[in-house]
Design a protein around this ligand. Structure first.
Ligand code: F6P
Length: 519
């Protein structure tokens, strides 16, 4: 069997030739048909990638050699693909796809309980506010989704979030709210997370006499929640086969159900379910998550890009890049393979911000900045919504025009010859022309949603979840553990204890000097 490093090196060799993206449209007359895919409300245009049919075939060959289809089957069947923690990975079961009959029964029972609870809270009218307490996967998904639901659904209760251990986070969350009218939802898979427990305690103190009745928990550690003081009837469970960063579809989304209603949440699950079925059933060459993953492999391992920008041209998706940072970097940001070997250039840095704001900040670097990647800058995923949800058609058309212009400008650039012709005869032309030229040939993908409905959002998030899985298979890393966050957590606890006890502890001189400042 060929080792993984050799397989990935074959992509580096394959990509080691100059490809002009713009010329590919002439060289490959069926390029749009081949490189544009649609599934439900989601259209993905990969045609502006620096990838031709020959390169794509090499990637598909790589995927086959990495046993992608076998891994996909293992994932959906509930095999323990999270090997280092010996767990199955079944967030798709939360959408009704995959897993065992037992998994499906557990999910159905929990969905019923959540819907009943959310409906009762909404009907009762006692609560006007929800404070959702959690961090990482217990925060980013609900926060992204709440913003996005705003496009088409109505928030019936005020929804605030407290995540950071910085006191400002909890202070901002409770500011101006009446404890009698506030439901606190403490969300922690482990119920051992420092930030969440401290924020939970602070909110419980603030709730005062309502601390018992107005606080519920969502967790996979029922005992931990009970030890924290939450009544058993106020605990909503999920399971160890739901990873934190894949958990928004579980009871972790309870705050969303209460604020927006169970029907909206069901539409969201249905969208993800459709993407699950597409990913599970479609051949690799017609499979959207596979294509998104493979273009990423091409950019990372073929063209040597160390980062990937994701720019949603939608205010309501402004948390998308932060969400993907956890999803992709916590999943695949690993330097050891499943077998303990050194991994070959896995996950790039994921970054971004909403368009058009980013155009006035980092797009200078995207268009003209250097990078380690073959063609400069960084590959970009543009995400746009075709429907105007704001009753501002002129704004919306301008937003989309900007989005489409950026991908065209990145691809076409502007040659020095054209710049020189425009500048005409002037003394400083040799200095000026290169500064005003755009190298172009910078790759991007444009994803469009017909509308930002809960259903379409489900498609979009599930697309990236499956992309992350596919890339993990190809890099041969376990996408479902996160050992890399442990060391810092342990040291933070040690330092906190030492600060409380007024001790120096055993630290390097720099850390010791930092600690001295607050003793
Ligand atoms: O950052 C590490 C992490 O374990 C994430 O994987 C997780 O989403 C987050 O902390 C919060 O964990 P919990 O839901 O257990 O509080």
């Amino acid at each position: 069997m060929t080792d993984r490093h050799t397989l990935l090196s074959s992509i580096t060799v394959e990509a080691d030739r100059d490809i002009s993206i713009a010329s590919l449209f002439e060289a490959e007359p069926d390029r749009l048909a081949r490189f544009v895919m649609r599934e439900g409300p989601l259209r993905a245009d990969f045609s502006k990638q620096a990838l031709d049919t020959q390169g794509l075939n090499a990637l598909l060959d790589l995927a086959a050699k990495c046993d992608l289809e076998e891994w996909r089957a293992k994932l959906f069947s509930g095999e323990r693909v999270n090997t280092s923690e010996d767990r199955a990975v079944l967030h798709m079961a939360l959408r009704g796809v995959g897993g065992t009959a037992e998994n499906q029964a557990e999910v159905a029972a929990m969905r019923d309980r959540m819907a009943t609870y959310a409906t009762a809270i909404r009907a009762d009218g006692k609560f006007k506010n929800i404070v959702h307490i959690g961090i990482g996967g217990s925060d980013l998904g609900p926060r992204l989704v709440a913003d996005a639901f705003e496009a088409s659904a109505e928030q019936s209760l005020v929804l605030r979030f407290a995540e950071n251990v910085d006191g400002a986070s909890v202070n901002d969350a409770i500011k101006g709210l009446n404890p009698a009218e506030t439901l606190a939802v403490v969300v922690s898979k482990s119920f051992g997370t420092q930030e969440t427990k401290m924020n939970g305690e602070a909110v419980r103190d603030w709730l005062g006499e309502y601390g018992g009745s107005n606080m519920i928990a969502v967790t996979a550690n029922r005992d931990g929640a009970q030890d924290f003081g939450i009544a058993p009837d106020n605990i909503f469970d999920f399971w160890d086969w739901v990873g934190g960063r894949y958990s928004v579809w579980s009871a972790v989304g309870l705050s969303l159900q209460i604020a927006y209603g169970p029907d909206v949440f069901s539409d969201f699950l249905d969208g993800a379910r459709a993407m699950d079925i597409h990913f599970r059933d479609q051949p690799l060459q017609e499979n959207l998550p596979v294509m998104l993953a493979l273009t990423g492999i091409w950019n990372r391992n073929g063209l040597g890009y160390g980062s990937q920008a994701v720019i949603p041209y939608s205010r309501r998706l402004r948390k998308f890049s932060a969400f993907l940072q956890q999803l992709e970097m916590e999943s695949n940001g690993k330097c050891a393979t499943r077998d303990g070997a050194v991994a070959t250039l896995a996950c790039p840095v994921i970054w971004g911000d909403e368009g058009t704001n980013g155009q006035h900040a980092f797009f200078q670097w995207l268009h003209q900045g250097p990078s380690e990647g073959r063609y400069g800058g960084a590959p970009v995923d543009f995400v746009a919504v075709l429907k105007d949800h704001e009753a501002r058609p002129a704004h919306h058309t301008a937003l989309l025009a900007n989005c489409f212009a950026q991908s065209e400008a990145l691809m076409l650039g502007k040659s020095e010859t054209v710049v020189r012709a425009e500048l005409g005869d002037r003394a400083d032309i040799d200095a000026l022309a290169p500064q005003k030229a755009f190298p172009g040939n910078r790759p991007s993908t444009t994803l469009t949603l017909d509308e930002l409905s809960p259903n379409a959002l489900g498609y979009l998030i599930a697309l990236y979840e499956h992309k992350t899985f596919v890339q993990g298979v190809i890099w041969n890393v376990n996408s479902f553990d996160q050992w890399g966050v442990q060391l810092g957590k342990v040291l933070a606890t040690t330092i906190l204890d030492e600060l409380h006890a007024g001790q120096d502890g055993d630290h390097d001189p720099s850390t010791q000097a930092l600690m001295q400042m607050i003793k």
